[in-house]
Design a protein around this ligand. Sequence first.
Ligand SMILES: Cc1ncc(C[n+]2csc(CCOP(=O)(O)OP(=O)(O)O)c2C)c(N)n1
Ligand SMILES: [Mg+2]
Length: 568
Amino acid sequence: MSSTVSEWVARFLEARGPKRVFGLQGGHIQPIWDRLIQHGIPIVDVRHEGAAVHMAAAHAVLTGELGVALVTSGPGVTNCVTSIANADLERAPILVIGGCPPARQDHRGPLQGTPHVEIMRPITRRARTLRSAEQVIRELDEAVAIARGAHDLPGPVYIEIATDVLRTSVSEAAALPEYLRPREPARLLADPAAIDRAAALFAKAKRALVISGGGARDAKAALVQLLDATGAAYLDTQESRGLVPSDHPAFAGAMRAAAMAEADLVVTVGRKLDYQLGYGSPAAFPNARFIRVAAYAGERDDNRPGDAGIAGDVATSLTMLADALRPRVPAVDIGWRDALHAKHVERSRKYVASLATTPSGADGRMHPNRIFAALRTALRDDAIGIADGGDILSFARLGLSTSTYLDSGAFGCLGVGVPFANAAALAHPDRQVVAVCGDGAFGLHAMEIDTAVRHGCKAVFVIANNAAWNIERVDQERNYGGRVSGTTLGDSDYAAMARAFGLAAERIVDATDLDAALERAFANAPALVDVVVTRDTLSSDLTKGLSLVPDHQALTAWDNAERERLSL
Ligand SMILES: Cc1ncc(C[n+]2csc(CCOP(=O)(O)OP(=O)(O)O)c2C)c(N)n1
Ligand SMILES: [Mg+2]
């Protein structure tokens, strides 16, 4: 008995259970595509391969499952570079299966031939061409384990199988049953001595601050327990939103700068010290020592290994740390945490109240905050919020309050909004899904509204339409002598465009029409609301200097502190 490799790939995916595969067809991958259809595995066919990978990544992050994308050789694969790089930074476990010309045509100038694997290698956990038919299932099993974090941080794996190999028959004996069996990544436990060193340091801290990242996503209960046990203050990051409710006494989200400046101990949990955390520099954390907790050494030691590091399963490590702290006499100043939280509550309350009254710009157009004021009425507690853009992302981070939240992320990846929302709507058909996109960001994967219609993705796309790549336009206006160039867009009617694809869509100019428009949109999703907003805004990302790209740090205040620290 034997079966073709493409049949085995379909059996593998069926056994490993992705609910759907995202892809765009091409001759090189048609043998797999055809077998997936015969196995009844739904394929969400998109309009650009980059969107398929974004969808696979959002699916993975929102469900905890593996995300799978299927793309053809050549441009199909290279179209995925941006979204694979984004999944790399977002540590999203995805398997991208690419097409590859047959071996006999290799390096002879074949159709759609380009060195995919070399292109993919630096942005994936593994990139390989599979040429041995008998080894394909074993390789796929290994690929999935790696994507899910068996060796290093979870992330994208790229595998391509040459078309001739897909057509080759292999004996049933080649695929051992264990290759098809789902299994959990190994959970390695931390060294108790490392826990002890960390606990000794933690116990001495007066103002302890815990900061979570994507690596804490499956450690919610243990994280809250540690906060309760220690009296530490807490900051989330955009990849770990919703782990600790904002009314928890440790939560200090609106007091980020003060918490970072005043903390004498910072505990990172599954989070690199990247630009968003000032690279861990004393410029951003002038008073802090560091404890780094992560499942992987790469996420424990980057930039600043700190005074104590714990590498091991994150949830278990946090519980071990809380246990080790119990018999010690804590030095913690609970008043510091409580004061931070009280100010956070006060600031957030004022901010939320201001959303509905933020004045229009000099051009008479509404402020984008009005969108978030209206969404607060329209959204239920379990809604999924997605933000994509420049200024609008900055406003959304504060205004869009959904506890499940995705955005352009550390990669600043414009274009994620529509594909993320489509994947979210398919993964969670019972929840509201809204993507708030800048008009610029929307354009990058705007054709995916067609995917939304064809696949019934019940998402609402809200376009903050200021006819500009505005954060960049304002940067030119303020910091480059007002020479605005290449950053304005047309006053385009995105609602008309959406109607052409069959979405329910309307254009809103008056903020008082927003509530009713959103209600109609959620009732008729997929739907698009094109909201005409002012360009006359100063977002905090802009005023803090993010678009200026200073030399040492991402934000001007930290950059100045860094220069002072280094006597520059
Ligand atoms: C793919 C990509 N291209 C360019 C940029 C640089 N960039 C960051 S924000 C921004 C403007 C975004 O405009 P829009 O989505 O309309 O949001 P707005 O600032 O107008 O609210 C640009 C061009 C980027 N981050 N990603
Ligand atoms: Mg814009």
